[in-house]
Design a protein around this ligand. Structure first.
Ligand SMILES: Cc1cc2nc3c(=O)[nH]c(=O)nc-3n(C[C@H](O)[C@H](O)[C@H](O)COP(=O)(O)O)c2cc1C
Length: 256
């Protein structure tokens, strides 16, 4: 698919119209855009084959020298642990969002229209919104290590481990999205080192492995209608040098 996309681009001589057609047809872009954080699950089971397809995607994450310094604890049956994680997430959300005045953080929720914004914020403050591990089919505790190593060169694994974990999670997220399931990245459970320690103890995670998140997969109650939009390319990219505004092709052409 990527090959045909590249062909269209060069054949079209870079025509903007052709480019946008290509973007619309690209399955990868479609999935990237469709992926959303889902925090409300039905609690229904997902077929084992689907979960395994999603896990399979994690295996394909790129990593330095293919070392894959990541491990996953896949929790499906242990409802008590799911509830334990939900309790931690709620407590942490109360700490994180409960103390800040609504006015300070409501700006980031600009995409939610008044008067719903205050209601959504209220759910963040009481932490209910973050109890979703208890209704997920699979809660995956993603771990990375900064010392697990089988290469001669000592890579800065602390950083690399998180990068590789991020790539594995995104792979799973896209496959789950394609299958019609929802996913939530529950970092709240591991944000406080004391909580991370509790999780480590409960699940028997050895000291060299650090739990980063509870990545939750479940049957979603509904597709997400609203979600945080993203800043345009100009807000994230620079051209050639830091600070040099990046200009999209469409605008470059207008100047000619
Ligand atoms: C490193 C990281 C940490 C996050 N922490 C949490 C979290 O603790 N709880 C949660 O519900 N969502 C969490 N998220 C999800 C973000 O809130 C979400 O991706 C962002 O608001 C954009 O929304 P979208 O995923 O629907 O596009 C996290 C995402 C990342 C990448």
């Amino acid at each position: 698919m990527a090959g045909s996309a590249a062909k269209t681009k060069s054949d079209s001589g870079g025509e903007a119209q052709e480019d946008s057609k290509t973007a619309l047809n690209l399955r990868a872009i479609e999935l990237v855009r469709a992926r959303r954080s889902i925090r409300e699950f039905t609690g229904n089971k997902i077929p084992d084959e689907h979960i395994e397809l999603i896990l399979e995607a994690a295996r394909h994450a790129p990593s330095p020298e293919n070392m894959l310094m990541i491990r996953f604890v896949v929790i499906r049956d242990d409802q008590e642990t799911k509830e334990f994680l939900a309790d931690i997430a709620q407590e942490m959300a109360e700490t994180a969002f409960g103390g800040a005045p609504f006015e300070l953080t409501s700006g980031r929720n600009w995409f939610i229209a008044d008067p719903y914004r205050a209601a959504v914020y209220a759910r963040m403050r009481d932490g209910e919104l973050f109890r979703y591990p208890e209704k997920s089919d699979a809660v995956i505790i993603v771990c990375a290590s900064d010392s697990w190593h089988d290469a001669g060169y000592l890579y800065p694994n602390e950083l690399f481990g998180s990068v590789v974990a991020g790539m594995a999670i995104q792979n799973m997220w896209l496959v789950a999205t394609d299958l019609g399931y929802g996913c939530g990245y529950e970092a709240l459970v591991c944000s406080d080192p004391r909580h991370a320690e509790l999780i480590r103890d409960r699940l028997g995670i050895p000291p060299i492995w650090t739990p980063l998140t509870a990545f939750c997969i479940g049957e979603r109650i509904s597709a997400r209608a609203l979600g945080p939009s993203r800043v345009p390319l100009e807000g994230l990219m620079y051209e050639e040098r830091w600070g040099n505004p990046y200009k999209r092709i469409a605008f470059k052409k207008e100047e000619k």
